[in-house]
Ligand binder design. Structure first.
Ligand code: PLP
Length: 362
């Protein structure tokens, strides 16, 4: 046996690395990115600011100024603290590490965000995925049963959910929280695209934390995620955080972005408008089922057996989306399309129309 095989844990050997397809020269509608850049004046002011950032020094480890700006922008009151992560992915990892006693369990509904399961594996935790219903709603009975059986230390609930795009019934969410003896994380990665807001749950339950990210609002490249909750939880998690996980350029850039947040809000408002237009357009495509969305992407179901075909057809035309067929059974024949600019959405729609028409002639 090679030393690699001998030393690396079996569950890591069994993994395949998170696939990030090359998108060079493609219209990228696969990763929930904001398609808009900042206006040129803002980019210049930002560049001016960055040139004075002392990158010979370690970053501000506490990043208090950034935390205060985030709290103000997101309406977080002083009863609560913020933990910063290098993307919310890193926060998921910190949470997993914090509870990783032998036999500890992470539970999440499926299909859901794949990093919950991956990070459970990285950190040596058990993972329990509970299938959603056919309508992508939380299966209340199955969730309560799984919680009872596995007593998970951590439960992740993404509201709205990725990759389905919908919000779950608030009553079921509440019942899941109340049934849990562990910690429940409300993952609000798509908060910029929905009116739903779960900060109020912090007041009601002291075993709930709310996680957000600046990635989907338009700062995916900065890698900045945050966890909001009581000091009691966050002061423990803070011990696990790498002291310099938020680099100086990210801190300076995020602060700048928060000072000009209306610029980002304008973009996300536009994306919300264009989501509706895109969904209406997609509904006109023969045989295509379009699911409700509260996020900056739309989940669709093609006629049986066509998802991969349509996905490849788009790719040939230089458009990259996400093919979910072949993953979770509930996502059979499904594609996920990120909302782009008005023009990009139209290009996607026109291309898909051609592909679906030619498919039905064959
Ligand atoms: C994108 C996403 C995240 C992670 O985003 P980061 O870029 O790591 O901050 C977390 N949860 C859900 C549900 C997501 O879709």
């Amino acid at each position: 046996m090679s030393r690699v095989k001998k030393l690396i844990r079996q569950e890591i050997l069994d993994l395949t690395a998170y696939p990030v397809p090359s998108a060079e020269g493609m219209l990228k509608l696969d990763a929930m990115e904001n398609p808009y850049m900042w206006p040129a004046v803002a980019r210049e002011a930002w560049a001016d600011l960055l040139k004075d950032v002392p990158i010979n020094r370690y970053p501000d480890a506490g990043a208090q100024q950034l935390k205060d700006a985030l709290k103000a922008e997101m309406g977080v009151n002083d009863n609560y603290d913020i933990l910063l992560g290098n993307g919310s992915d890193e926060i998921i990892q910190m949470l997993a590490m914090a509870v990783a006693k032998p036999g500890a369990t992470i539970l999440a509904p499926e299909p859901g965000f794949v990093m919950y399961k991956m990070i459970a594996t990285f950190c040596g935790l058990n993972y329990v995925g509970v299938p959603l219903t056919d309508e992508f709603e939380l299966d209340e009975a199955a969730m309560l049963e799984a919680i009872n059986e596995h007593e998970p230390e951590l439960i992740f609930l993404a509201q709205p959910n990725n990759p389905t795009g919908n919000l779950w019934d608030e009553n079921i969410v509440t019942n899941v929280i109340e049934a849990s003896q562990g910690l429940v994380i409300l993952d609000e990665a798509y908060t910029a695209f929905t009116d739903a807001d779960h900060l109020f749950l912090l007041e009601k339950y002291d075993h709930v934390l709310v996680m957000r990210t600046l990635s989907k609002v338009g700062l995916a490249g900065l890698r900045l995620g945050l966890l909001i909750g009581s000091k009691q939880w966050l002061s423990e998690l803070e011990k696990i955080r790498m002291p310099y996980n938020i680099n100086s350029l990210t801190q300076a850039s995020a602060l700048f972005a928060l000072e000009h947040f209306d610029m980002l809000i304008m973009q996300t408002e536009q994306l919300r408008i264009d989501r509706v237009v895109l969904m209406k357009d997609l509904c006109t495509i023969q045989g295509l089922q379009v699911f409700p969305s509260e996020a900056n992407f739309v989940l669709v179901r093609t006629p049986d057996g066509m998802a991969r075909h349509w996905f490849e057809g788009l790719k040939e035309k230089g458009i990259l989306i996400k093919c979910l067929d072949g993953g979770h059974l509930l996502l059979k024949n499904c594609l996920r399309i990120t909302v782009g600019t008005t023009e990009q959405n139209d290009k996607l729609y026109q291309a898909l129309k051609v592909i679906s028409d030619s498919g039905s002639i064959q």
